[in-house]
Write a protein that binds this ligand. Structure first.
Ligand code: PLP
Length: 407
């Protein structure tokens, strides 16, 4: 047993003390969204109670105070990703909006018929549909790098797909449906050898792995606040400054302008050029608090704890003959997707809920992954820093009890 302070961490998350159907909540749906520590809840309350005003425009004290806290959160997010400059941190609604921004602002003006966008077979819909849309708009083609039955990218098939026709490689750092962690650094280097820029979808990786965008050298990195223990409605697009400078704004409106007249508009500099309209002010500040909380625990310790939970859960799962694990990559994050013989995943989800255990059941916004594994859906347990070995026991005992009922 490690000395990871899981019980101390649990005490920071008030919802974990709640009961569901008269049973202790076992929250294993973290890949969909994480629960919030008290410090994030307190930050939101405090901002709304004492520090709230619109930002960037006011000369009054509250507006200046809110602006200061908002921009301080940008610095925290910069540090979290080790970006070179706060100009490279764009606050958006989440990973989905960040990818759409890059699709429409970087790819759309550039793509021509015959060009290609390369993604992988394990992407979330958020990293598929925006590219399909931009391909439809421009006549470019979407190419998909295949995976094997373990849920790993097939590298011998991936590399030949990197050709000069590819104008962007967009891939997940960690798959939400399978847990696979992709070897993004060498893949980015291979893309760069052909001058292909890379977008990394870090929605699943950012809460669980230390990310250093300068070390990865990717052009774009995206993540969502609600998956890093922060509020919903806020996320981050990291982009290398030179790339963001060269891109036109995504949306027009307030805050992204320097000067407006009816004959034309001069845009603001980075990062504001991409932040049209009033942002999610309190939520951005709350995200700053969430990131600081995660940093306080330490991503290396979180990753080790979650790896431990995954190893334990996988070992127990392998001992259940009726259970099929979907996604057995050698390098995986804390996600256990599975199906059970004779029980539909939606029934697994509902029946486990009767025991107070929250897992996700469905296609996990990754329908092509379900198709690849020839399953309609999976049940998915996904671990966070506050989960315990005892909760894994509850899950697996719950699964065994379902199997008995359906035998
Ligand atoms: N990418 C991956 C890998 C995800 O898991 C998710 C959400 O589950 C997203 C993108 C989209 O994130 P959001 O819905 O927060 O925009």
């Amino acid at each position: 047993m490690s000395n990871f302070p899981v019980m101390q961490i649990r005490a920071d998350f008030p919802i974990l003390a709640d009961k569901i159907r008269d049973r202790p909540l076992v929250y294993l749906d973290n890949a969909a969204s994480c629960q919030k520590p008290q410090v994030v809840i307190d930050t939101l309350t405090h901002v709304y109670a004492h520090e709230y005003a619109n930002i960037h425009r006011g000369v009054h004290t509250l507006s200046m105070r809110a602006t200061e806290r908002f921009e301080a959160a940008r610095e925290i997010a910069r540090g979290f990703l080790n970006a070179e400059s706060v100009k490279e941190i764009i606050f958006v609604r989440g990973a989905t909006e960040a990818i759409n921004l890059v699709a429409q602002s970087y790819a759309r003006p550039l793509l021509q018929p015959g060009d290609e966008i390369l993604i992988t077979a394990m992407e979330h819909h958020a990293n598929i549909v925006p590219w399909q849309m931009v391909c439809q708009q421009t006549g470019a083609a979407l190419k998909v790098a295949p995976m094997n039955l373990q849920g790993e990218l097939i590298l011998e098939a991936f590399y030949p797909l990197l050709t000069p026709k590819v104008k962007l490689l967009a891939l997940s750092h960690m798959s939400n449906a399978l847990g696979t962690i992709n070897p993004v650094k060498p893949l980015i280097a291979a893309a760069h050898a052909l001058n292909i820029p890379v977008l990394v979808d870090g929605a699943q990786a950012a809460p669980h792995l230390a990310v250093d965008v300068q070390d990865l050298d990717c052009e774009f990195y995206v993540f969502s606040g609600h998956k890093v223990y922060g509020p919903s409605g806020v996320g981050v697009l990291y982009g290398k400054q030179a790339w963001l400078e060269a891109m036109p704004p995504y949306q027009g409106g307030g805050d992204m302008i320097r000067k407006v007249s009816f004959s034309g508009t001069e845009y603001a500099g980075l990062p504001h050029k991409f932040e049209a309209g009033t942002p999610a002010i309190a939520e951005v500040i709350g995200l700053g608090a969430a990131i600081q909380y995660v940093q306080g625990v330490g991503l290396a310790a979180i990753a080790a704890h979650e790896a431990d939970l995954l190893a334990y859960a996988t070992e127990l799962a392998r001992g259940i003959p009726e259970l099929r694990i979907i996604g057995e990559a050698a390098h995986k994050g804390g996600i256990l997707s599975f199906t059970l013989h004779k029980i539909h995943p939606h029934d697994i989800g509902t029946l486990l809920d009767n025991l107070g255990i929250a897992v996700r059941a469905g296609h996990h916004c990754a329908m092509p992954v379900m198709e690849f594994f020839c399953v309609p859906a999976t049940a998915r347990a996904s671990f966070a820093m506050y989960n315990t070995h005892q909760e894994v026991d509850y899950l697996m005992n719950g699964v065994k009890s379902l199997i008995k009922v359906f035998a």
